[in-house]
Design a protein around this ligand. Structure first.
Ligand SMILES: O=C(O)CCC(=O)C(=O)O
Length: 313
């Protein structure tokens, strides 16, 4: 699609019209929130401007004191329990050695194999999207029962795997919140699990994140003047969004943490936690990692920038 056409909602709407099966998931939630919309119509935060967004449990209650009361929490081992407690305060948790070296090695060989067989390919420069749809093994890692239990606990609701992204190199992405890409209503019904597929070095463009940034207001189209019109999506470029976030970080004096993960470590982040990738200072270095994004099952799912409802498998 040409860049001019990309700004119009009509081509997306037509595409959506022919993908009903992947889009009907929103309909029952539209009804619940009194939104009068077809499965193929554009959708953005503008549609919820008059509605109150219901916060998730640990956005209003402190996970430190409340999680231990949960029956599923009590089934986890002590190390994992203590790793989950600061969720409300920090907006992320780190699970050290969650996956064994052997499990990670099978993922790395599977990705190599998928690439060799041309079942997956790099897109957006340096990432492999949706390998979970091509590989039972990758899908099984993303739906690992212990990981699922943790994600369900942190959101206090049932989640479903949406996508995987694999990297061989650092993303070098500037800080952003996933809620601009994979948006939900109520807000905050997305959660991500990032897995180190090797020991990560400082020069390879490690993941970075801003503890506590999930408590800032959600930055959606309106905040950075990207509303668009009845027929068009917003005009702002993605780097204008990133500049807005950069200013927000500065204004709020947010501290940046760099995740020098060990192979098999997992970092789970909140839908609104600001994160990105450090610059790669050694171009010879690899940074093998895989991130899974999950939606809560009971939310409306869409892509705020392009105002498209999410296509679900
Ligand atoms: O792995 C990275 O460097 C960033 C990944 C990321 O931003 C994301 O998956 O949302």
């Amino acid at each position: 699609m040409s860049n001019i056409l990309r700004r119009y909602k009509l081509p997306y709407t037509l595409y959506n019209f022919f993908h009903k099966k992947a889009l009907v998931h929103n309909l029952k939630h539209y009804k619940k929130y009194g939104i009068d919309k077809t499965y193929y119509a554009p959708i953005s935060s503008e549609d919820f401007a008059d509605l109150e967004s219901e916060p998730n449990t640990y956005d209003i209650k402190d996970s430190e004191t409340e999680l231990p009361k949960h029956a599923d929490f009590k089934t986890l081992d002590g190390k994992l329990q203590s790793e989950l407690l600061p969720w409300s305060k920090n907006g992320y948790v780190i699970l050290e050695h969650f996956f064994s070296e052997k499990e990670v090695d099978t993922v790395n060989s599977e990705i190599e194999d998928l690439l060799a067989k041309k079942r997956v390919a790099f897109s957006n420069g340096n990432r492999i999207m949706f390998a979970n749809k091509k590989s039972k093994l990758i899908n099984a890692v993303g739906t690992n029962p212990k990981l699922f239990k943790v994600l369900n606990l942190l959101l206090d609701k049932e989640v479903e795997l949406f996508q995987s992204i694999n990297f061989f190199e650092g993303s070098q992405q500037r800080a952003h919140s996933d809620s601009i890409h994979m948006t939900t209503f109520p807000y905050g019904n997305l959660i991500a699990a990032w897995i180190a597929l090797e020991d990560i070095t400082i020069d390879s463009g490690p993941l970075h994140y801003y503890p506590g940034s999930h408590k800032l207001p959600y930055v959606l189209n309106k905040a950075y003047g990207n509303d668009g019109s009845k027929y068009t999506i917003g005009k702002k470029t993605y780097s204008e969004y990133e500049d807005y976030i950069g200013n927000l970080i500065e204004k709020n004096n947010l501290e940046k943490n760099i995740f020098l993960a060990k192979k098999g470590d997992v970092l789970i982040w909140h839908a609104n936690l600001l994160h990105g990738g450090e610059p790669v200072t050694n171009t010879e270095s690899s940074r093998k990692s895989m991130v899974f994004h999950y939606y809560a099952k009971d939310a409306i799912c869409f892509h705020e920038i392009t105002q498209r409802p999410t296509l679900k498998p």
